[in-house]
Ligand binder design. Structure first.
Ligand SMILES: Nc1ncnc2c1ncn2[C@@H]1O[C@H](COP(=O)(O)OP(=O)(O)OP(=O)(O)O)[C@@H](O)[C@H]1O
Ligand SMILES: [Mg+2]
Length: 283
């Protein structure tokens, strides 16, 4: 399936950097109008889906910022990206799961930004998969309405290759497999043979493909536990004022030590001193 990656990368030439002043607002619903296909050049001839244009302002309003060049907001995600990438490359890992003890810690926002940041470096092809079957909202955060999704793949109605959606805003280095609606019995789906086949198909896209899975919080159900055997690495998000010591401890006891890449502090509202050279080099 290397042709999928090549097709998505072909649209790189069409990418326009549209750096805007970042203003973080409340999350919004996706626009009524579905984004138009931005480029089908190369993609259709390789049987991949046309790349989609996304609205940079809509992304920023939803805290999706990792595509912005020279933005101080992307630095944290780039540092996380590099740390994760180095560990995964060193260990030959291909699959990563982003979770948290309880809801609302920023998993989806972090997973999307991390995937975009990984996509921006040329050494890997990032695939983001919405496996939060309780509250799937990757497509909503990105602002598009998928016509086919992961459930169609799991049901055998289409292949991973047919479902994979690329975006111009990420330079073509990111593929997304969305989920449109919540699904009953998520943990059974996540531990099914069909799900194992999907993970295998994603890995088969190319040797440098890295899969990032957005999943539910660990302590609300057994979904993450059911899926962990298929996953190489885990990033655990922790939010001050929300994640208790007991909750974090419960997660750490359930994640195999060798799989934990690290914990990430999210939604920290204290002041972080901006290092003077960020501005200097950020120009
Ligand atoms: N780093 C951050 N700083 C501030 N706010 C954030 C951050 N990350 C996410 N948020 C906000 O927190 C809210 C929840 O984010 P998100 O949907 O990513 O969380 P989640 O862990 O995926 O939630 P759920 O468990 O419901 O799936 C959103 O309003 C989002 O904009
Ligand atoms: Mg989420």
């Amino acid at each position: 399936m290397d042709h999928i990656r090549k097709a998505i990368l072909k649209a790189k030439a069409a990418q326009k950097h549209r750096a805007e002043v970042v203003s973080v607002a409340s999350p919004r619903r996706p626009p009524d109008v579905e984004p138009k296909p931005a480029s089908s050049a190369g993609a259709s001839s390789d049987h991949a889906r046309p790349l989609l244009d996304l609205d940079p302002k809509y992304l920023e309003a939803n805290r999706i910022v990792a595509h912005l060049p020279h933005s101080p907001l992307t630095v944290g995600f780039d540092i996380l990206r590099t740390q994760v990438y180095q560990v995964m490359r060193e260990r030959g890992w291909r699959t990563l799961l982003v979770t948290s003890p309880t809801p609302g810690c920023g998993k989806t926002v972090t997973a999307i930004n991390l995937a975009i940041s990984l996509a921006r470096q040329h050494s890997c092809f990032a695939v983001l998969i919405d496996c939060d079957f309780r509250k799937p909202n990757v497509a909503e955060y990105l602002g598009y309405s998928p016509d086919i999704d992961l459930i169609d793949v799991l049901d055998g109605h289409c292949t991973v290759a047919q479902c994979l959606q690329g975006f111009t805003v990420t330079g073509g280095g990111l593929g997304v497999i969305a989920t449109r609606d919540p699904l009953p019995r998520p943990s059974e789906v996540l531990s099914s043979q069909s799900m194992k086949d999907v993970v295998a198909s994603i890995k088969a896209i190319s040797p440098d493909t890295l899969a990032i899975f957005d999943v539910p919080p660990m302590l609300v159900a057994d979904d993450v536990m059911a899926f962990l055997p298929e996953i190489d690495g885990v990033v655990l998000l922790v939010t001050p004022g929300k994640s208790t010591y007991a909750d974090v401890d419960a997660c750490l006891r359930n994640i195999p030590k060798e799989k934990l890449i690290g914990t990430v502090l999210t939604k920290y509202e204290g002041a972080i001193e901006q290092h003077h050279y960020t501005r200097y080099y950020g120009r």
